[in-house]
Design a protein around this ligand. Structure first.
Ligand code: C2O
Length: 484
């Protein structure tokens, strides 16, 4: 059995420009179609965590064993639990390596999980172990295995179910998954379900020390499955710019506890074809699973993944709403554009429009508290904390992951200077408002930001959000040419 391991990557796949020697070559050396199919079928399975599945129970037992072993390793062995968590970030310090708010959000976490899964396999002696994922859309309650206070899987958390969180509901996830543009898809996954789940579940999981809570790895496995589904099952393409695929990390720890050979974003794209597979489940609207039956199908998929697409974060048009403002979280923000809805009619009135309108919200820094999320409304000047997601003016929401940090003497402050920025797709809302005659072409567009406390009231109502810019931007829809 030869999965993609750090060693086989360095031996068999080298990086140069676009980056990758054929994965088909790696697998092709193993023989004919049957063996190849066998190889692919036998990759470790990352299963959906749920109650009542003996396979999942066995995975959780292995996971628990791995966590126990990692917690028992001496600090000189860099596979130890706290070192692994510290690669990501440290409570009270900030994000150490985790590239939040950047286009490396998906590949970095994929690489991080890849090595972590290898360490679990090695320490438990179970090379079939696949990290299970917490599908918060289908199974919003934390699995009981993580709630037993005597278990190594336990950590103190504020909420143990996200069933009341609209950000993991199908209604909010479905429009995000229809976004075919990598550069607008990832920020929505990060800002909406990813950040909200972190902050809402809370405890150490809600901040920089996040990866100390064993639930972290199952949450990020789900985030990785979101990327997988979008890229593989739904046929969308990742960028092929060398500035994206060529980004290299040289500090991950391999299964033996040594520094792994350099990993690139480009290599992570092939990991789910070679190293692990996801047990299929729905995330919002059901999408058929991409099943690879033959070598030819595998080659076509691999070719598509490697080719990627020539996409950029391109802004066709923008309408500024506000810059440089300090907004108290206890008071909704209301901003006006100089643009009327008619300026976007080519997008609003056309179901096949090749462009999307987003509210782009950039902050100067993380707030000092993050016990709330922010709802975005369009043309509802009196929107407030009682206005629900059912209101036709509702467009979407986001949350802050982590809080601003004082500068530490002698520390690399770039590590925790995290600039939060969010994209909320307002196109469906504009269409709905126009259809329901709540706006006309003449209406000036306004945007409202309403901070809503997770627990009914703010820990510190005087918390301020420092807005850098808020604007409406228009980006192109990427049309994917499908393989086969
Ligand atoms: Cu890098 Cu969800 O954290």
């Amino acid at each position: 059995m030869e999965y993609l391991t750090p060693k086989t990557i360095s031996r068999r796949i080298f990086i140069e420009g676009i980056g990758l020697v054929s994965a088909g070559l790696v697998l092709g050396t193993l023989g004919g179609c049957e063996e190849l199919a066998e190889q692919i079928r036998n990759r470790p399975i990352r299963r959906r965590i749920r109650v009542g599945s003996p396979d999942v129970d066995a995975d959780i037992a292995t996971y628990k064993q791995a966590v126990t072993l990692m917690k028992g390793l001496p600090s000189s062995d860099l596979r130890n639990w706290s070192y692994q968590a510290a690669i990501h970030g440290t409570a009270g310090v900030g994000f150490n390596k985790c590239p939040h708010g950047s286009e490396q959000f998906f590949p970095w976490h994929r690489a991080y999980l890849f090595y972590f899964e290898k360490i679990c396999q090695k320490l438990t002696g179970n090379d079939k172990f696949g990290l299970p994922y917490w599908n918060w859309n289908q199974n919003p309650d934390l699995n009981p295995a993580f709630l037993d206070t005597t278990s190594v899987l336990f950590s103190t958390r504020t909420n143990t179910s996200v069933s009341t969180l609209s950000q993991v509901s199908t209604a909010e996830l479905a429009p995000i998954f229809t976004d075919t543009n990598f550069y607008t898809f990832w920020p929505q996954i990060e800002g909406t379900p990813h950040n909200n789940v972190h902050t809402f579940v809370g405890g150490i999981f809600g901040g920089f020390g996040s990866a100390v809570d064993p639930i972290f790895w199952t949450h990020h496995c789900m985030v990785d499955y979101c990327w997988y589904k979008w890229n593989i099952d739904m046929g969308n393409n990742n960028p092929n710019a060398s500035s994206w695929i060529g980004v290299t990390w040289n500090y991950f720890i391999d299964a033996d506890g040594s520094t792994a050979s350099p990993m690139t974003a480009g290599i992570t794209e092939l990991m789910p074809l070679l190293s692990y597979q996801y047990e299929h489940s729905d995330i919002g609207t059901p999408v058929p699973q991409k099943i690879i039956r033959t070598k030819a199908e595998f080659n076509r998929l691999e070719a598509r993944i490697k080719a990627g697409a020539d996409i950029r974060f391109e802004i066709k048009n923008r309408a500024l709403i506000a810059t440089k403002a300090a907004i108290s979280i206890s008071k909704p923000f209301n901003g006006e554009t100089r643009a009327n809805a008619g300026a976007f009619s080519a997008i609003i009135d056309n179901d096949d429009a090749k462009e999307t309108v987003f509210a782009s919200i950039n902050y100067v820094q993380l707030p000092t508290e993050s016990d709330f999320f922010v709802r975005v409304f369009i043309n509802l000047p009196n929107a407030n904390t009682d206005t629900t997601v059912k209101d036709p003016h509702y467009a979407g929401s986001f949350a802050f992951f982590g809080t601003s940090m004082p500068d530490h003497a002698g520390m690399d402050i770039s590590a925790h200077k995290h600039v939060p920025k969010f994209l909320v797709n307002i196109t469906p809302t504009l269409k709905r408002l126009k259809q329901q005659q709540l706006i006309t072409d003449q209406s000036l567009l306004t945007v409202q930001l309403v901070a809503v406390p997770f627990l009914g009231k703010f820990e510190n109502p005087s918390t301020e959000l420092l807005l850098d810019t808020i604007e409406l931007i228009v980006t192109p829809v990427i049309i994917n040419s499908k393989e086969q």
